[in-house]
Design a protein around this ligand. Structure first.
Ligand SMILES: Nc1ncnc2c1ncn2[C@@H]1O[C@H](COP(=O)(O)OP(=O)(O)OP(=O)(O)O)[C@@H](O)[C@H]1O
Ligand SMILES: [Mg+2]
Length: 252
């Protein structure tokens, strides 16, 4: 089983959109679980349509079993939902000894590797308690970034964390790729190209060839609680995300 954590401590860089669309695309021929680990619950609201009373925090602390909490988006993939209350659960989890292992242990003890081919995890914009639990559970890290100033230093921080986690806890963790979203490759926005080139200089092959263009269908799909593939399959957004997931698959 492949476990992809979609992470960047910067807000608004397309983590949620990316998690939903990776899950949606992979679910065409695989069994996929999307885990929402952000108390904002955007991935939950944009798939199953609402936050639910039962949420991932309860599953993590063993108040509820997986089957009691998991929901289905359409017929395509399952969603482990989040809720505002996750914040309090996260504080509680952070006080437990060896809390970093909690997600990995819950996945293993519920034998989710027998249920799913892929787990895709959407994170909050922080490298906090729950984010660390995903670094230990994951096999691969995907880092969405916006082509703006300071994004290079932000990515460098995340990569350093991955190095530390690999050394201490999870030697098999791999970076599947860094990519840029809300990209404007037009002549008027040469700066976007410059940013991507700078990132390639800094991080080499970790920067994926695919960038996600700024595309209104991506934004609308989120509002209509659909993946971009379901909402606008011919759009530039769907084309870009298809290319991105295909490229990520070559890194797995
Ligand atoms: N390629 C794109 N083109 C147009 N709009 C986009 C694109 N990617 C993301 N957006 C929009 O940008 C906003 C932020 O995206 P998203 O919620 O995925 O970011 P996030 O990193 O999950 O944010 P947060 O840190 O708050 O969790 C959303 O309104 C989304 O619809
Ligand atoms: Mg988000």
């Amino acid at each position: 089983m492949v476990i992809i954590t979609v992470i960047n401590n910067k807000g608004g860089v397309s983590k949620t959109v990316t998690s939903i669309n990776i899950a949606s695309y992979l679910s065409r021929d695989s069994k996929v679980l999307l885990v929402d680990l952000d108390a904002q619950a955007n991935a939950t609201i944009s798939t199953i349509g609402e936050t639910s009373n039962d949420h991932v925090g309860q599953w993590l602390v063993e108040e509820k079993k997986f089957a009691e909490v998991v929901k289905q988006y359409d017929t395509s993939f399952d969603v482990m939902p989040s809720a505002r209350a996750l914040d309090n659960y996260s504080k509680l989890i952070g006080t437990e000894p060896d809390y970093q292992f909690i997600l990995k242990e819950r996945i293993e003890s519920e034998k989710l590797q027998q249920e799913y081919d892929y787990i895709v995890i959407d994170n909050a914009p922080s490298l906090s308690t729950l984010a660390y639990t995903t670094f230990l559970a994951a096999t691969h890290v995907v880092i969405p970034s916006a082509p703006e100033e300071h994004s290079i230093s932000g990515i460098a921080n995340i990569l350093q964390t991955v190095v530390n986690v690999k050394k201490r806890y999870n030697p098999d963790l791999k970076v599947a790729g860094i990519f840029f979203s809300k990209y404007h490759p037009s002549y008027r926005e040469r700066i976007d190209n410059d940013m991507v080139n700078d990132a390639r200089e800094a991080f080499g092959e970790l920067v994926l060839q695919t960038s996600i263009r700024k595309n209104v269908s991506i934004k609308e799909a989120l509002a209509y609680k659909k993946s971009v593939f379901d909402y606008a399959p011919e759009s530039a957004g769907a084309q870009d995300y298809q290319k991105l997931v295909e490229e990520i698959k070559t890194k797995i």
